[in-house]
Ligand binder design. Structure first.
Ligand code: AHR
Length: 632
């Protein structure tokens, strides 16, 4: 440096600090990230998913053109016992247009002119002759955009596939599948995917939603929940083995958020997505207890937590060990071979595994967690296990959770809290006080209960505290990540989507600015706020990190207050810094939000900036500023 003194080196902070948490909540998977366009494709919806639902929910019987016959749902000889329901069409008179079913997807099927859609269905002939089956994509008024006809079924279930080309765009098309001759026919797994999926993967993901997540450059992705993981009663615990293999053989189940999980987006697809976006996978498995709020039925006066019978624990723990083998084992191992068979011979490089989600720290939980923990850490010492300290930021379970984690020396514990923005401002120093010799923290879920710029800035203030404490806070993820418009079970969320649009919130841009400007070394005392004169103003915060890969220094300044605030930046001690820096600002009115109709209301704006070794900078009200500097 110009002063001739040795350059500061800062302190090492986590390279995995900012990631995402994906939970199948608010139609995040089916009807969301998972690109399947048909709702209830396998006729497995039931009243257990939601009151009033049944195997024909989302389907409509059609006898267009004077045909008639009957339709029934049967279970006598399914494609797989795992997927028991299918439909039988008994056509007595085919009429002009045939007899069959209509599916309108999730609030309509979006088709685009000039694009192709991969259709598939399992058919079985139940009378003596093959029946032509016609499949049409059509508009509400009956205009046909594309179609295909299958024939030649046999007495055994067989999968039929075809690409359907569409000649007209429509945001609310429907799929019509009709039998066009007299006779009896069974059908199941009626599926339609756009050919364009994220990275063109089969059984893939919706490109726009996937891209919005990828653009956060998350260092990790926690999945598949949340409450979804420990489930709505013991029978509803998420079992990863039910979610791999051919989709028609997966075991579907109720979603604790009051809908259905087709598990078409299952563990293989989650791992593949993590790899595709460069995020380390962080699967979370239940600690063999179900959601304390359920007691069998979600939110209906539950009796507390339930644990799996102890005699089932051996098998349950084996499932967890098998997951590590599925992710990392050689192709010659039992579970590694299944990964290879699905199309991924190389390991998925699993480093982290979460056990438990926000559980009450009861004797049932402790006993089962310890049983799992003791086996998994011995068998796989290279995997970092993440425990849970119950609902945070404080309270009896939180206290008990920490005590228990300390007893067991759990490497990392998961904290969750949803609080007002003022709480995040006031608690910027939370982790400064954490004991460095104890368990490290994964802040697995947090949000300041709103999507206004002020909320996002309160989160930004807090995130400077996460960076400053990046030696003890190993990872952090905002929650929930994505939610389908008009189907939100939880608010706020980071990204909203409809069938045709993806609307990132202001909070999204804060997450993105921190994640894409993450460092692995933290430098203290670079910024001061001289006007504060000793008394801390919680609306102001700053951090300086270095990204060792690029050598860049990254300065973040946050002002969540209504007045201009003067920051004094002293770069002496950092070694030589190129004065020509990149500057990004996120600013606006504190109550401003991004909406579907005004998506770019508050977005980051970039420009150039000249830094000096020491300079004063007036941070505008309600703003987050990132100054990215090259070391020379
Ligand atoms: O993120 C929504 C829910 O909040 C999660 O499912 C649960 O872990 C927490 O209670």
């Amino acid at each position: 440096s110009s002063s001739g003194k040795k350059a500061l080196t800062g302190k090492a902070i986590s390279r995995d600090l900012f990631g995402v948490f994906f939970e199948d909540l608010s139609y995040a998977a089916d009807g969301g990230l998972y690109a399947e366009l048909i709702q209830n494709r396998s006729f497995e919806y039931s009243p257990a998913d939601r009151k009033g639902w049944n195997p024909l929910t989302a389907w409509e019987y059609t006898t267009q053109g004077y045909g008639y016959g009957t339709i029934s749902v049967e279970t006598i000889s399914p494609i797989s016992v795992n997927n028991p329901h299918y439909v039988v069409l008994n056509v007595e008179e085919e009429g002009k247009e045939g007899v069959g079913l209509i599916n309108s997807g999730f609030d309509g099927i979006v088709v685009k002119a000039g694009e192709k859609y991969d259709f598939s269905v399992f058919l079985k002939q139940l009378s003596n002759k093959s029946i032509p089956v016609q499949v049409k994509l059509q508009g509400k008024k009956g205009v046909v955009y594309g179609e295909v006809t299958f024939a030649g079924q046999t007495n055994n279930w067989k999968k039929y596939t075809a690409a359907i080309s569409v000649n007209q765009s429509d945001d609310s098309a429907r799929l019509v599948i009709v039998a066009k001759a007299k006779g009896k026919l069974a059908l199941d797994m009626v599926s339609l995917f756009p050919q364009k999926t994220f990275r063109n993967r089969a059984n893939g993901l919706r490109p726009d939603i996937a891209q919005a997540i990828a653009d956060l450059k998350p260092k990790f992705m926690r999945f598949p929940g949340g409450c979804l993981v420990h489930g709505d009663g013991l029978g509803n615990i998420y079992r990863w083995k039910n979610t791999i293999g051919p989709v028609e053989q997966r075991i579907e189940q109720r979603n604790i958020w009051n809908y259905h999980q087709s598990v078409g987006l299952g563990y293989y697809e989650y791992f593949q997505f993590c790899e595709d976006i460069g995020a380390k996978p962080v699967p979370v498995l239940a600690a063999a207890v179900s959601c304390q709020n359920s007691g069998g039925t979600w939110r209906i006066g539950g009796t507390g937590q339930r644990g799996l019978p102890l005699e089932e624990m051996k098998g349950y723990i084996q499932d967890i060990l098998d997951l590590v083998e599925y992710a990392n084992g050689p192709v010659t191992s039992t579970w590694g071979a299944k990964r290879a068979a699905a199309g991924h011979p190389k390991p998925f490089n699993l480093e982290y595994l979460g056990i438990g989600n926000e559980d009450k720290i009861t004797p049932e939980f402790k006993e089962r967690f310890k049983m799992i923990y003791d086996v998994v850490r011995i068998k796989y010492p290279q995997i970092t296990l993440i425990g849970t300290v119950g609902p945070a930021p404080s309270g009896d379970d939180y206290e008990r959770g920490w005590k228990f984690a300390n007893q067991l020396a759990v490497p990392v514990v998961d904290e969750h809290y949803y609080e007002k923005p003022e709480w995040f401002l006031r608690n910027n120093l939370r982790y400064d006080a954490y004991d460095r010799s104890k368990s490290k923290v994964y802040l697995g879920e947090y949000a300041s209960q709103g999507n206004k710029l002020f909320n996002a800035l309160a989160e930004a203030v807090y995130m400077t505290g996460l960076e400053r404490n990046g030696d003890v806070v190993k990872m952090a993820s905002y929650a929930p990540l994505i939610a389908r418009q008009n189907h939100t079970s939880w608010n706020p969320n980071l990204i909203y989507f409809s069938n045709t649009a993806v609307a990132p919130t202001v909070n999204y841009y804060v997450q993105q600015l921190f994640s894409t400007n993450q460092g692995d070394r933290y430098y203290s005392n670079i910024v001061s706020f001289p006007d504060q004169k000793g008394s801390r103003d919680s609306t102001q915060a700053a951090s300086l990190v270095k990204d060792s890969k690029t050598g860049d220094f990254i300065l973040k300044l946050v002002n969540a207050g209504s007045a201009i605030t003067r920051a004094k930046v002293n770069l002496n001690g950092l070694g030589s810094v190129n004065p020509k820096a990149n500057y990004t600002i996120l600013t606006g009115a504190p109550g401003a939000e991004n909406t579907f109709s005004n998506q770019d209301n508050i977005v980051p704006k970039t420009s150039n900036f000249e830094v000096k070794r020491s300079f004063l900078y007036d941070v505008p009200p309600y703003s987050l500023i990132i100054i990215r500097m090259k070391s020379r």
